[in-house]
Design a protein around this ligand. Structure first.
Ligand code: ADE
Length: 419
C-alpha cells in the first residue's frame, strides 16, 4: 500500500476524531449503508483531491464501503489534518498523500500520486486535479468517466474550461446544489472562519471593526457571525446587487480603500485576486489583522506586502507580522490561505454531511449516466437535492408540512387569481 503522511503515530488520534465527526454525519452514514449493500463503485477507481479532514475521511469510508478503490491527496497545502491522514492510511487502508505545510513541489507530487491510480472518477475541491490532468496527464483521459467539484472557485474554473471547449470530461458541480452552498458556504464558512481567526489570534471580536470582502454565501455567513459576536461589520463588494443586499442586511458598505482605514480585522472571501493590495496595506491601521477564507491564496497580495515590509516575524503559529518603515505592523493569518482550514478544522461535520452526501450521490450520478453526458458542468438533479434535505431533516427529527392535493393543484394552475 502506498501513502505519504507526516507521522504514523498520529493514526489512533485521527481515528477517534473521525468517529467523533461521524456522529454529525447521519445522511452520509445512511448512504454508506446503502453503498455497502449495492456496491455502486465496484471496480471503480476514484482519485480524490479534497481537504484532508475528519469529514472527508467519512466520505472516503462511504465510497470504500461502496466498493471503490481510492486515493486521496490534499486540495490545499495547509488544510491537512495530519492525524486524519495517518488514520486513513493506517487504520482504514486508504492510500493518502497529504502533509500539512507541504511545499508546492510536494503538493503537486501528491496530486500526481493520486493520478497514478488512473482514476475513472475524479473528486476535486478547487479543480487542481482536473487542471493537472488537462495540462500534464492527458494520457489519463481515456479511462476517465467524469468528475465532481466541491467549491465555487473550482466550478468557476471548470465552467471557463467548458466555455472554451477545453474540458475533456463531464463534471458534476456539487457546489451548485442547494443542500451544499446554502449551508456549507454560509453556516460552515461563517463559523469556521471566525473559529480560525480566534484560534490563530485569541482576540476578542466584540467591539472590533470587522471587514468582510465579498458578499456571496460565504461572506454573508461570516458577516452574520462577526455581527453576532459584537463586531461592527463593514462589507466590500464589486456587485451592486450584493452591495444593496449587504446594506439592507444592516452592514455598512464602502470601497476597500475606505474600509481598510477603519479595520481591526479584514477577511477576504471573494474568489478573486489582489483584493488586498498595496493601497490597502498603506491605508491600514497599526495592528490590523488580515486573513483569507476564499479558496486560493491570491486574495491578499503577499508579494507586495513583502516588498512594503522592512521586517517580518512570527509571534504565534501561522501568524506573520509585517513591520513597515514607519513601525506600523500588519498581521497575516495562515499565510493568506483558507484561514478556516489552516488555523482551525474547516466546516463542522453537520454541514459537511450534506456537502459530502452530494459528492457521493454526484459520483453515482456520473456513473449511472456514463456515455450520456457531454463535456460540460452539470448540476445535481433537484430531486436528489431535496432527498438529501429530507434525510437531513429526518436525522434532525424535524417534521414539516406537506401540500394538500388542493394546494398542489393550485400551484400548478393559473386560472385562480383574485377571488
Ligand atoms: N471545506 C471546508 N471545510 C471542510 C471540511 N471540514 N472538510 C472538507 N472540506 C472542507
Amino acid at each position: 500500500m502506498l501513502y505519504d503522511i507526516k507521522d504514523k503515530k498520529l493514526a489512533s488520534k485521527g481515528k477517534s476524531r473521525i468517529e467523533w465527526a461521524a456522529k454529525d454525519m447521519p445522511v452520509l452514514a445512511g448512504l454508506s449503508k446503502e453503498f455497502s449493500k449495492k456496491k455502486p463503485f465496484r471496480g471503480i477507481r476514484i482519485g480524490a483531491c479534497l481537504h484532508v479532514t475528519t469529514e472527508t475521511a467519512n466520505l472516503m469510508l462511504a465510497l470504500k464501503a461502496g466498493g471503490a478503490t481510492l486515493r486521496l491527496c490534499a486540495s490545499n497545502p495547509l488544510s491537512t489534518q495530519d492525524d486524519v491522514a495517518a488514520a486513513l492510511a493506517l487504520e482504514y487502508g486508504i492510500e493518502t498523500f497529504a502533509i500539512k505545510g507541504e511545499d508546492n513541489k510536494t503538493y503537486f507530487k501528491h496530486l500526481n500520486s493520486v493520478l497514478d491510480l488512473k482514476p475513472h472518477l475524479t473528486m476535486d475541491d478547487g479543480a487542481d486535479l482536473v487542471s493537472e490532468i488537462h495540462k500534464n496527464r492527458t494520457d489519463l483521459l481515456k479511462s476517465i468517466v467524469g468528475g465532481t467539484e466541491e467549491t465555487t472557485t473550482g466550478v468557476i474554473r471548470l465552467k471557463a474550461m467548458a466555455k472554451e471547449g477545453a474540458l475533456r470530461f463531464p463534471i458534476l458541480a456539487v457546489n451548485e446544489a442547494q443542500t451544499k452552498h446554502l449551508f456549507d458556504n454560509r453556516y460552515g464558512t461563517g463559523q469556521s472562519t471566525i473559529d480560525g481567526i480566534i484560534r490563530a489570534t485569541n482576540k476578542l471580536i466584540a467591539g472590533t471593526t470587522f471587514v468582510v470582502a465579498g458578499y456571496g454565501w460565504c461572506g454573508k455567513g461570516l458577516a452574520k457571525r462577526a455581527e453576532g459576536l459584537g463586531a461592527r461589520v463593514i462589507v466590500t463588494e464589486i456587485n451592486p446587487i450584493r452591495a444593496i443586499e449587504a446594506m439592507m442586511d444592516g452592514f455598512r458598505v464602502m470601497p476597500m480603500k475606505e474600509a481598510a482605514k477603519r479595520a481591526d480585522i479584514i477577511c477576504t472571501l471573494t474568489g478573486n485576486r489582489d483584493v488586498l493590495d498595496t493601497p490597502h496595506f498603506e491605508a491600514m491601521k497599526e495592528g490590523c489583522i488580515i486573513a483569507n477564507s476564499g479558496h486560493f491564496d491570491v486574495e491578499i497580495n503577499l508579494k507586495s506586502l513583502k516588498t512594503l515590509a522592512k521586517h517580518t516575524a512570527s509571534p504565534r503559529p501561522l501568524v506573520d507580522e509585517y513591520t513597515f518603515a514607519n513601525k506600523k505592523r500588519i498581521y497575516v493569518l495562515g499565510e493568506g490561505r483558507l484561514v478556516n482550514l489552516a488555523t482551525a478544522e474547516g466546516h463542522p461535520a453537520s454541514v459537511m454531511d450534506m456537502s459530502f452526501a452530494n459528492q457521493a450521490l454526484g459520483a453515482t450520478f456520473i456513473l449511472d449516466n456514463k456515455g450520456e453526458l457531454e463535456n460540460k458542468v452539470y448540476v445535481i438533479p433537484e430531486a436528489v437535492d431535496r432527498q438529501i434535505a429530507e434525510k437531513k431533516l429526518k436525522a434532525l427529527d424535524v417534521k414539516i408540512d406537506t401540500l394538500t392535493p388542493a394546494q398542489a393543484k393550485y400551484l400548478e394552475s393559473w386560472e385562480e387569481g383574485t377571488s
